[in-house]
Design a protein around this ligand. Structure first.
Ligand SMILES: *Cc1c(COP(=O)(O)O)cnc(C)c1O
Length: 383
């Protein structure tokens, strides 16, 4: 609780983060090289099942550099779900490509049946490339998003990628600490990106990491994120990026990685308690959950039978000193992507305005969660 208000999702930081930051000051290693960066990369690789991790300045910059490393070029199409945080689509745009937007399935991840049908119907093989027949544009990659820590079935995703010859970059920005149906996140595609922004399950203040299992690809990615420098005499062999994480960020990130198992346990416990305590309310659903999900966010979906709209429930809870919010507005409804190519969007268009996220900080106390549950029940007329 902060001044009597229960926040939605705040970072939980303390003495361990402070001690690591002090060590950066004491040693003057505050910038983009330092022992915490190396240690942080090792911890993230281990937690995601990657052979290596490359720390970046943000999840978004990690996605951008990863797309370039995978060979995405200007005017390419990259397959992406519309129901995601806008950064997924922005990274595609930063690479000069265009997101080809798809709907979601019942787990709120990209609808692979719809993707497969569209690839069959609208694309053809030319040489080694997958070409969108009507526009002549190359389909360069798939960018599935692990929404709330949920994942497509790994074998289905891999089979589809293989059939159409597409590399997979997984936006696992908020999925750290979980797995995908028992498989490590780094095994889902060629590369996966984690975010350490303040609202994610573990934070570095800001930052990201790219993980994978292909040493050559990860080396190329590291090269790109560190200005593509080939020697100490200011020689560079590509248009690279300055996307490095600082030792200060990694100092916080290292302390957070040590607490990750506790954070995941807390997120799952909070989600399970909401699900149980609100299950009997008419017209209310919890969030879907695939096996291994880290349960990044908790909340409810208000269906047609609910006594009020989601925005009204959020307003009522905020009036009671409980921070509750709506969730991602689909990318195809955002101004910069009004003209992005897309398939039908029935499910995400119906869903997005029905979602209310509820307080789920990893330090949420039992009594505060009890207060959120009581207020939600009261607002929905079933106290
Ligand atoms: C947070 C998030 C990002 C962006 O990460 P930043 O570190 O904030 O740049 C991208 N995709 C998804 C799904 C996210 O949740």
């Amino acid at each position: 609780m902060i001044n009597g208000r229960i926040p939605l999702a705040v970072p939980v930081v303390g003495a361990a983060e402070a001690a690591n930051l002090q060590a950066c000051i004491d040693t003057t290693f505050v910038s983009s090289v330092g022992p915490f960066v190396t240690e942080f990369e090792r911890k993230v690789a281990e937690a995601t099942g990657g052979i290596e991790a490359v720390a970046t300045s943000a999840g978004t910059t990690g996605l951008h550099a990863a797309l370039v490393a995978l060979g995405v070029e200007r005017d390419d199409l990259v397959i992406c779900p519309s129901f995601t945080f806008i950064a997924s689509a922005n990274a595609i745009s930063h690479a000069g490509a265009t997101p080809w937007l798809f709907d979601i399935d019942e787990s709120w991840v990209i609808d692979l049946d719809q993707v497969e049908a569209a690839l069959d119907r609208e694309t053809e093989r030319r040489g080694g490339d997958r070409i969108h027949t009507a526009t002549g544009r190359r389909v360069a990659a798939m960018l599935p998003v692990l929404t709330l820590g949920n994942a497509s079935r790994p074998e289905r995703l891999r089979a589809l990628a293989e059939r159409f010859g597409l590399p997979v970059l997984v936006d696992a920005a908020a999925a750290l600490g979980g797995d995908a149906w028992g498989e490590p996140i780094a095994a889902l595609g060629e590369l996966a990106v984690i975010s350490f922004n303040g609202n994610k399950i573990a934070t570095a203040g800001g930052g990201g990491a790219v993980v994978g299992r292909d040493g050559d690809l990860l080396r190329e990615l590291r090269h790109l994120t560190t200005t593509a420098r080939v020697s100490a005499d200011y020689s560079h062999d590509r248009v690279g990026f300055n996307y490095r994480m600082t030792n200060l960020q990694a100092a916080v990130g290292c302390a957070q990685m040590d607490r990750l198992p506790d954070f995941v346990a807390a997120k799952r416990r909070i989600a399970a308690r909401y699900a149980e305590a609100l299950a009997d309310l008419p017209g209310i659903r919890g969030f879907p959950q695939t096996p291994g999900s880290n349960c990044w966010f908790s909340g409810v979906v208000l269906d047609a039978g609910a006594p009020m709209a989601a925005a009204e429930l959020a307003a009522r809870l905020n009036g009671d000193g409980i921070e509750a919010r709506t969730f991602w507005k689909p990318v195809h409804l955002q101004a910069p992507y009004a003209d992005a190519p897309r398939v039908t969007m029935d499910r995400c268009e119906d869903l997005w305005s029905r979602i209310v996220t509820l307080p789920c900080s990893t330090n949420l106390s039992d009594s505060d969660q009890g207060r959120v549950i009581a207020a939600t029940r009261s607002a929905l007329g079933s106290a």
